[in-house]
Structures are given as structure tokens and as C-alpha cells.
Design a protein around this ligand. Structure first.
Ligand code: ATP
Ligand code: MG
Length: 478
């Protein structure tokens, strides 16, 4: 099976439709193709050829979009690098992915120049030479992108994402949300992450406008959502929570989907969205599933608060074990494996099923509830405790900004939850314990409360609970 070159086909089908807007600038699909060809000529100068891998370290700017499509034109796999990685981490990912070249934008130049051992250049420094072979067709099983997992549970793993994976992800989402001729998707999530990258793939496949935002700013995003210029947006919990704080009034009725993913969402936040009439779609997905694989529609949001929903068509979800257990997923959007990680691949694949490493349960109607990461489960006196549930209760406290919970050794129960939190107020442990007792079963109430200035997070801003556990072990040193 083959498929046409997506961008060329799209520019042929709907050349005059808006493809991309950025600040005051706008590109139609025909113009996007033209810009992309110029970038292809630059990559040709760099010596990139079909089958190569190329690191890309760049922010949410139009040139990055052109570079992403240009790599596809050549059949070169894009190794998408998180702009918050250190140069050591970048070097490691480039080597692990076997990147032939390392391309970056001006915003990343300072850091990029300290990455040694690989041919590299900024996009603006490369001059154009013609003569590159542009792919007429995309090979579905070919590697389109390589994206490293966030590294929340351990060392990041390189996920192979094929054209078929991205295609399946885009169609599955369309079967769920529908396509409207006037859709425009606001992309304020990073394009180096699957949440942003997948918006660009949808754009060429659907013929849809992407409204690209370089840096997330709650006020500005709220303005865009109020204006009626965009109909869809992807957000993570931290973004949505600042948007809610900054919002007065309501969003434009044209806004039809706010896709929320990346991590657990506190129930209090979902309730606040409901009150303001914000059409939130809770989603569950990961780098390995090329964006969301399970989604909760707003019509079920009320009834199923806290659920991530049902699998997208034609994907499937099951739980290992009786009631609560590891979440297994399958579908054409699921990766065929990790790069250079035999052990991880062996552990993750079980026939058609992929083991997510997350624990969840399905209710009687088949709605998925994601409980937490398998590695973070706390077993206390034989009871299962999920840190995310306690964190959600703590962050509903008006004076707590962030919270992280881990299991720590206890002579009586084996392990007990310890809560780390960030707050401007002076809160006593007794007060916090009482607050938790009102909302949680006794055995889930944290035994220790530790105030922090900041919580440890990775380059994707995800909470690093393993660092909190280290912090507890070394607590006498503080
Ligand atoms: P690593 O695999 O290296 O530890 P990571 O899993 O954080 O990093 P990502 O692929 O960015 O890397 O994140 C996917 C994970 O995010 C999921 O496996 C899950 O743990 C969490 N997640 C995503 N959506 C939800 C959700 N709706 N509820 C709870 N957790 C979620
Ligand atoms: Mg993961």
C-alpha cells in the first residue's frame, strides 16, 4: 500500500485554503508547499537523503513547520527534540537516533552550538541548492518522526512513529470530533511533542488551518478563543488551569473542542470548565499512541467526570486483571516499537496489545478511568493508593498551587503516602491532614506533608515523583 505525498496532494486539492497563521502572517496550502520546497533545498545542501534521520530543535515558528514538512518531502525521519533538554541530553538523543544531521532555529542556536559530534546548522545559515528528490508517495510503514518519551518514569525512550501511525491518529480523531469546513486549530502546545506535531499532520490531511502560537500566554490564548477565529485547541492541565484563572466572560460559541491531555486532570478544574460552558474533551494518550487514543465527549463529561472516555475508532482498550490493572491498548496509531530498546520492546508488546505502564479501570459502560502510573502505585497495608487521586484533592485546596505524592517507608504499613506541596500560605500538617480526611479514605491521607518552593519537573513540565522519593530519602541533608 502507498499513499500520496500529503502536502503535495493537499496543495493540489485545496491550494487556496488557509494552512497556517502566525501572528499577522498567513499561508495558504499552495504557499506552504512553496516555503517547504525552499526548506527542502536547504536540507539538500546539508546532504540529507531518504532514510536518514535529522534532529530538529526548534520553537513553534513557521520555519519549524516548513522544516517538518521538508523532512517528509525527502523521506527523512524527524527526530523532534524538546527545547528544554540540556545539550548533553540532546547529544544523547541524536546519537541514540543515529541522526545524520542536526538542524535548529535561532532561538535554540546558543544551546545547539554546544552540542558536539554531529553535523549541524541553523536553518537560516543553510543556503539553498536545487536538485533534491521529492517523494511522490509516502511509504506508510516508513519512519516519519522519532519522538522521545518525556522521561517521567525513567530514561526517555525513542518512539518510532510511522506515516501510517500519524494517518491513523488523524483519522481516528476526525471520526470522533468530525470535520467542519471552517475548523481552525490553535496550536500552543510544542510541535516537538506529539500533541503539537499531530495538529500539523491533521492540517494537511484535513485541509485545516493551524493557528500557531510561539509561546503559551493565557491572556492571548483566551483572546483567540473569545474571538471566534479558532474552533479547536489542545491543552494540558497546567495551561487550562491558568486560562481559567485569567478568563472573564466566556469563549466564543465557535470554539467546539478543547482537547485536554498529557496527564491527570483535577476534578475541581473539570467542574469549573463545566460551569463556564467550556467544551472540554478529556483525553488519554502518549507518545507511543501518536496522540490521544481514548477520549471523553462533553456529553458524557457530566456523568463520567474524571474518566478519559472510550477508545477512538478503530482502537481498543482493555485492562489486565480483574478490576484495576495495567491499561493495554491496540490500534493502527500505536508505535511499532522503541529505538534500540530490546528489553523495553519485549516488555511492552503482547501480540496486538501494547502495555501502557499506566493503571486504570473500565466501568460497566466501558469508560476508562486512568488511575496512575504502575511504577508510582503505593501499596499501604495491602491497600492500593494512587498518588494522582491525593494530588487532585490537595490541589483543590485554595492555598495549594501544586502537589506531588509518593510512597515512603513505614514500619507499620510498609509504605505510606507523603505529600510535597507548593503554597504561598503557612499551612500546618494538621490542617492539611484534616482537609484530606474530609475527601479521602483514612488510609489515603498523607502521613507526611512537606512544603517545597518548586516541585521537580522534566522538560515536558511533568512531575518527577521519583525525585520526590529521592528527596525523602535524603531529607536529613536539607
Ligand atoms: P516516560 O514514558 O518516559 O516515563 P511519559 O510517559 O510522561 O514519559 P508521554 O508519552 O509524554 O511520556 O506521556 C504519556 C503519559 O501521560 C501516559 O502514559 C500517562 O501516564 C500520562 N497521561 C496521559 N493522559 C492522561 C490522562 N488523561 N490521565 C492520566 N494520565 C495521563
Ligand atoms: Mg510513558
Amino acid at each position: 500500500m502507498t499513499m500520496p505525498n500529503w502536502l503535495v496532494q493537499r496543495a493540489f486539492l485545496t491550494p487556496d485554503r488557509t494552512a497556517l497563521t502566525f501572528q499577522e502572517q498567513r499561508w495558504t496550502f499552495a504557499q506552504l508547499l512553496k516555503e517547504t520546497h525552499q526548506m527542502v533545498n536547504k536540507l539538500h545542501t546539508a546532504g540529507l537523503k531518504e532514510g536518514d534521520a535529522c534532529g530538529l530543535l526548534a520553537s513553534n515558528r513557521p520555519e519549524t513547520v516548513f522544516a517538518i514538512f521538508a523532512l517528509q518531502q525527502l523521506g527523512v525521519a524527524a527526530v523532534m527534540l524538546n527545547s528544554r533538554l540540556t545539550s548533553e541530553e540532546i547529544k544523547w538523543q541524536l546519537e541514540d537516533a543515529g541522526a545524520y544531521y542536526f538542524l535548529y532555529d535561532e532561538s535554540a542556536a546558543q544551546k545547539a552550538r554546544t552540542v558536539s559530534g554531529v553535523r549541524s546548522s541553523s536553518m537560516s545559515e543553510l543556503h539553498e541548492t536545487a536538485g533534491a528528490d521529492i517523494k511522490e508517495e509516502y511509504f506508510p510503514e516508513g519512519t516519519c518522526s522519532i519522538m522521545y518519551t518525556s522521561g517521567t518514569t525513567g530514561r526517555p525512550k525513542g518512539v518510532i512513529q510511522t506515516y501510517a501511525n500519524h494517518y491513523a491518529s488523524a483519522t481516528a480523531s476526525a471520526f470522533n470530533l468530525g470535520l467542519h469546513h471552517d475548523d481552525a486549530w490553535l496550536c500552543a502546545v510544542p510541535v516537538f511533542h506529539i500533541s503539537g506535531y499531530s495538529i500539523l499532520m491533521k492540517s494537511v490531511l484535513y485541509g485545516m488551518e493551524v493557528h500557531l502560537v510561539e509561546k503559551f500566554d493565557a491572556e492571548r490564548v483566551n483572546q483567540a478563543l473569545k474571538s471566534g477565529d479558532v474552533t479547536m485547541i489542545s491543552v494540558v492541565t497546567a495551561m487550562l488551569s491558568t486560562m481559567l484563572h485569567a478568563l472573564d466572560g466566556s469563549y466564543h460559541p465557535r470554539l467546539r473542542s478543547v482537547l485536554l491531555g498529557g496527564g491527570p486532570a483535577p476534578v475541581s478544574m473539570l467542574e469549573a470548565c463545566k460551569e463556564k460552558g467550556i467544551p472540554v474533551f478529556q483525553t488519554y494518550g502518549m507518545t507511543e499512541t501518536c496522540s490521544q487514543i481514548v477520549t471523553l465527549a462533553p456529553e458524557d463529561a457530566l456523568r463520567k467526570i474524571g474518566s478519559a472516555g472510550k477508545p477512538l475508532f478503530p482502537c481498543a482498550v482493555k485492562i489486565e486483571g480483574e478490576e484495576e490493572g495495567e491499561i493495554l491498548v491496540s490500534g493502527p496509531n500505536v508505535t511499532k516499537g522503541y529505538l534500540n530498546r530490546l528489553d523495553a520492546n519485549k516488555a511492552a508488546f503482547d501480540g496486538k496489545w501494547f502495555r501502557t505502564g499506566d493503571i486504570g479501570r473500565l466501568d460497566e459502560e466501558g469508560f476508562l478511568y486512568v488511575l496512575d502510573r504502575r511504577s508510582d502505585l503505593i501499596i499501604s497495608g495491602g491497600e492500593n493508593i494512587y498518588p494522582a487521586e491525593i494530588e487532585s484533592v490537595l490541589t483543590s485546596h485554595p492555598s495549594i498551587r501544586e502537589a506531588g505524592v509518593v510512597g515512603v517507608p513505614d514500619s507499620r504499613w510498609g509504605r505510606v503516602p507523603a505529600a510535597f506541596y507548593v503554597s504561598e500560605a503557612d499551612l500546618s500538617s494538621e490542617e492539611l491532614s484534616r482537609f484530606c480526611q474530609e475527601k479521602l479514605a483514612r488510609f489515603k491521607v498523607p502521613v507526611h506533608f512537606i512544603k517545597m518552593d518548586v516541585l521537580p519537573r522534566n522538560a515536558s513540565s511533568k512531575l518527577l515523583r521519583r525525585k520526590l522519593a529521592d528527596r525523602w530519602e535524603n531529607r536529613n541533608e536539607y
